[in-house]
Design a protein around this ligand. Sequence first.
Ligand code: SAH
Length: 356
Amino acid sequence: MTDLRSLSMDALAEALGLLGEPKYRASQLFSWIHEKRASSFEEMTNLPKSLRAKLAERFSLYVPVLVRKQVSKDGTRKYLWEMEDGALVETVRMRYSYGDTACISSQVGCKMGCAFCASGMSGFERNLTVSELLEEVYSMERGGRECEDEEASGALGLHNIETLSHIVVMGMGEPLENYENLVSFIRILGDGKGRDFSLRNITVSTCGLVPEIYRLSEEGLPITLALSLHAPTDAKRQELMPVAKRYSLRETLQAVEAYYLKTGRRCTLEYALIKDVNDSAEDARELSGLVKSIQGSPHVNLIPVNPVAESGFLSGDARSFQLKLEKNGINVTIRKELGRDIDSACGQLRRRMISE
Ligand code: SAH
């Protein structure tokens, strides 16, 4: 069965047209699904009962089951969701002064195999669908409240929505490997007749799939691109990230530059700082040279590497590395670490409940 949440406004109008329904019904339905974050057909009270029954027979509207919710000392919340086929996906909600940010996953598991990241360590299962990507956002907005409230408000058909202002696709998986679904998800999320999410507040992080970076730059989407760089030379990068054997640093950074030139959006370079691996003075010098070699003054975001049991990596001294980069005129920040105590920091998301 087609999941109605995966359909764009046009596709929804077409599907309803085939059922002999007028166009305005599609707008109503789209608004229920995306603007009101409806979780069932019963809630859609301005649609005739007969139409709701017809829809329920032919289409699905899956809502992930909340398996576990953990709250960190710093207020970060981590959710474990179960999809229709039993796949488990984690999302994280972080509170910042400018609003709440959702960190969402793009795949169940990951194929990329980066040495420092837990997400790939239990293999790859599948891509997430458009509906599942949307539900990562809507379920958090709906169920951001405590579960008890949810029941009461859900009965009225009006969820107690706790709006998210920013989305980073930096959870489990490589988003550009799930390219088509990712782009459809972003377009539906930004549709003014539905969720109307500001696309400028979405960041997509990639380990560096070069052809897809070029393709994304042509989509006309004002989203921010983040590249997981993590090393200043090809040799070092290849040790940490298998993808570096496919694309050289030069090719990868050229793609990032092209993204900037095409979209006008300033890119971010992520750099997980690992003690004695990529944190020397020489590394800082080489990294500065790389950043300056491309147009668009990308911004470097240092992430003190988070502990992942299997890797044994220790975090480098981010403050001193930052100073070295700043001396070279590089724009650099240190990522504020949230939710480490509940394993919800970068690279700590998994598809299994290993703690149980
Ligand atoms: N596959 C995408 C998005 C997921 S990871 C990508 O590679 O960009 C989000 C960010 O967290 C990436 O920059 C990733 O390299 C980084 N990361 C992974 N494991 C980490 C760890 N243990 N500590 C700090 N950052 C990590």
